[in-house]
Design a protein around this ligand. Structure first.
Ligand code: GLC
Length: 743
């Protein structure tokens, strides 16, 4: 065969191969789109196909709440939304304004303080699942929540978005929330990592805290969320030991991604990125909300100016930042894509479905805390009174709006007055009593009402009624329970204390209901026969409050934070500005692990109402607290049993709290710390046995010297309690490290 034919045949063979390859390519699915392949293999294949420009585009915003994905490869945009209590209304593409859609309503769940107060992890799952269903239906791939920062000061504007002062309670409640939400193929984004415990100077304050408090108090809930498989974590605005938390090598590279093995996306808070090189090298994966690189501050749609946009691309091109560093960021974002909007089998979700309202109602009614109830003022049975005076601005104020980024546009929001009128009909008469102005994030509008006439009218109504239900507290106005600023006082605002005094003087049959996300001073405490701590309870708040006041629901909420008598009784406020709000931009957590009840018990400070306090319309007796062994090795599980009897005249649920204290610690340790709880529902007259497990290792303390958790041989007392200051039973056990060797 001559050469010519051979060369033609050769060309034909190459052509045939490439055609078959093209044919194969055309018909065969690229690996990254092949659902039969493992996710990590698909991620690597997608990454291998991306250009540097495409990688850079993927790691920063394209709009206020979205990133571009990789259109050429069919990797979808990622869409995010606030907030922890429901799916926020749509925001404009490049401004903070509401987009004004007509179909972006939601179900407003109660604030997370209420969820924490339920001490009910099963409800936390239902809560997260409800938020996830609505997020999915609203086509969101990531929800910016839950928040799990610890309640260190009662002035912090965002405590209502978090789960209280105890790391164990927050850790137990955040896990089912995350799992429930992510079961819908929507990412939870736990926030704000870390140490966002005040709003004052939030975008610059530097937190100085020791390793022991960091590991025993401020990180556990985040660690629990990561171990539960949270798909995203949000950096906080503040600094830790001089470096912004959003690109902090210790917090992000060493602890979050190193020690804890977090494989998800670490995203900024909106505008919390401040430095390209630090962001690149200290573990930031996704930059949102920046107002560019400072050269063109505030320029709209300046996404290419973002720290991790053109400036980072330039550093990669010069070799200052290896491209592999960018690859790891893209890998994590692709993982988020594959977990969410590239998973074609995730549920479709639903929006303000009846069952969502039912979850909202059950969380609210189970989280409301009965603080005081002398002479059984409560419940108020329907029909018992001819005239019920409902007084207070918070009886009618819509509190799902305002408060900052957790604002919601609920399709339904039943106010306390509406809820009470639903139950008591025209026995209810209303008087405003005080006015708080509009819930405005940026500043507080002056109230258009005359305070004296409001107060006098309310007192007159109280005088002529059988019973008074005062509904006041805080609200979502700026410098109250609101993001971006802290409260200026521990007192109730708008002269409510004077109004409460005059109402009780006019009618001793007065029930005080406080709606808030924070503790307040209660100078009228001894005069008030009945007090309820209610929360920002969202769509069904009014129905839930009426459920509890009427006795349709027997209250079972427990305080997730201490209500101290005075502001100075809190550790953060016990010395000077160094510990709050800070001096010269630095705030020092000098109290270490001693916050909340840990502080009160160490200092013998009697609170108004203690952490874990909450009454019922029935009573419970505890007996037969037992541990399965006398001695445990650090690797053991401590199994406890206790019998609880409902000795009253109403069915109800009781949160049995188990605290543990070391008898002879080598370092200063809290008197006791919450390590387990259970919440049996018990019919009147009946008993039940609760069983809980406490890993012996959880009794360790963090030793700052050797950076290790240490569990000494020693005696430990286990307290079974109805509140941190209401111990019902106690036993002691021993920890013996030598038992390990015997195994
Ligand atoms: C806000 C909040 C954060 C929120 C984000 C987006 O500043 O700190 O919690 O998710 O920006 O609105």
């Amino acid at each position: 065969m001559n050469n010519r034919i051979q060369s033609i045949l050769g060309v034909l063979a190459v052509a045939a191969t490439s055609i078959s390859m093209v044919a194969a390519d055309k018909n065969s699915t690229p690996a990254y789109l092949d659902e039969s392949l493992p996710m990590e293999q698909r991620i690597e294949d997608a990454l291998s196909r991306m250009t540097l420009d495409e990688k850079i585009a993927m790691i920063h915003a394209q709009s206020k709440f979205s990133t571009p994905g990789c259109p050429r490869l069919g990797i979808p945009e990622l869409w995010m939304s606030d907030g922890p209590h429901g799916v926020r209304m749509e925001i404009a593409w490049d401004e903070w304004d509401h987009a004004g859609w007509s179909n972006d309503y939601c179900t407003a769940l109660p604030a997370l303080t209420c969820l924490a107060a339920t001490f009910n992890p099963d409800l936390a799952y239902e809560y997260g699942n409800t938020v996830g269903r609505e997020a999915r239906f609203r086509k969101k791939d990531m929800m910016l929540g839950p928040g799990v920062n610890i309640y260190r000061t009662p002035l912090s504007g965002r405590n209502f978005e978090y789960m209280g002062e105890d790391p164990y309670l927050s850790s137990v409640m955040v896990v089912p929330y995350i799992k429930g939400l992510q079961s819908n193929g929507v990412a939870a984004c736990m926030k704000h990592f870390a140490l966002n415990n005040q709003e004052n100077e939030r975008e610059s304050i530097n937190v100085e805290v020791g390793d022991r408090a960091l590991n025993e108090i401020y990180l556990p809930a985040f660690k629990a969320g990561v171990e539960a498989g949270v798909w995203a974590v949000m950096g906080s605005y503040n600094k830790f030991r001089g470096t912004f938390c959003t690109h902090n090598d210790t917090l992000v590279n060493k602890i979050l991604k190193g020690d804890w093995g977090f494989d998800g996306v670490f995203v900024t808070d909106w505008g919390s990125c401040h430095n390209t090189f630090e962001a690149a090298m200290n573990g930031l994966d996704l930059e949102m909300g920046s107002w560019t690189n400072g050269l063109s501050w505030g320029v709209s749609s300046a996404y290419d100016n973002y720290y991790m946009a053109e400036p980072l691309k330039a550093m990669v091109k010069t070799g200052e930042v290896p491209e592999t560093v960018v690859d790891d960021k893209v890998r994590r974002i692709l993982r988020l894509n594959f977990r969410t909007n590239m998973n074609r089998h995730r549920p479709y979700g639903a929006l303000h479905a009846p069952e969502h309202l039912d979850v909202a109602r059950r969380v609210a009614s189970e989280g409301i805390v009965l603080l005081k109830n002398e002479k059984a003022k409560l419940p108020i049975r329907p029909g018992k009174f001819k005239r019920i005076a409902v007084i207070g601005d918070n009886a009618t104020k819509k509190l799902s709006i305002g408060g900052g980024s957790s604002e919601l546009k609920p399709k339904v929001e039943i106010s306390p007055l509406e809820g009470l009128m639903e139950v008591y009909g025209d026995a209810v008469a209303y008087s405003m009593g005080y006015a708080s102005g509009i819930a405005d994030y940026s500043h507080e509008e002056p109230s258009p009402y005359d305070a004296d006439s409001l107060r006098m009218a309310a007192v007159e109504l109280a005088r002529n009624s059988d019973v008074v239900v005062f509904i006041g507290g805080l609200n979502k106005n700026y410098k109250q329970d609101c993001e971006g600023g802290d409260r200026l006082s521990y007192d109730l605002p708008y002269d409510q204390n004077r109004l409460i005094d005059e109402l009780i003087a006019a009618n001793s049959n007065t029930v005080i209901v406080l709606t808030s996300g924070n503790a307040v001073a209660m100078p009228w405490l001894d005069k008030a026969p009945a007090i309820i701590q209610s929360w920002y309870n969202g769509s069904m708040g009014g129905v839930a409050l009426a459920d509890v006041i009427s006795g349709a629901v027997n209250p079972s909420g427990k305080l997730p934070f201490t209500i101290a008598q005075r502001l100075e009784d809190y550790a953060a406020h016990s010395s000077d500005e160094r510990t709050y709000p800070g001096v010269d931009g630095n705030v020092h957590y000098d109290e270490g692990v001693f916050i909340g009840y840990r502080w009160a018990e160490a200092k013998n400070i009697k609170p108004t109402f203690a952490f874990g306090h909450g009454l019922s319309y029935t009573d419970f007796a505890y007996s037969s607290l037992k541990a399965d062994k006398k001695e445990y090795s650090p690797e053991d599980i401590i199994r406890l049993n206790i019998t609880v009897k409902n000795t009253g005249h109403a069915d109800g649920a009781e949160t049995v709290q188990f605290y543990v204290g070391q008898s002879h610690p080598r370092v200063a340790r809290p008197v006791k710390e919450l390590k387990a709880f259970c919440k049996p529902y018990i019919k009147q007259g009946e008993s039940t046995t609760c069983t809980v497990e406490i890993p012996a290792s959880s009794l360790a303390y963090y030793n700052e010297d050797n950076k290790q958790w240490v569990l000494d041989n020693d005696e430990f007392t286990i307290f079974a309690a109805s509140a941190s200051d209401d111990i019902r039973q106690s036993i002691s056990i021993k920890i013996n490290n030598n038992l390990i060797a015997l195994k």
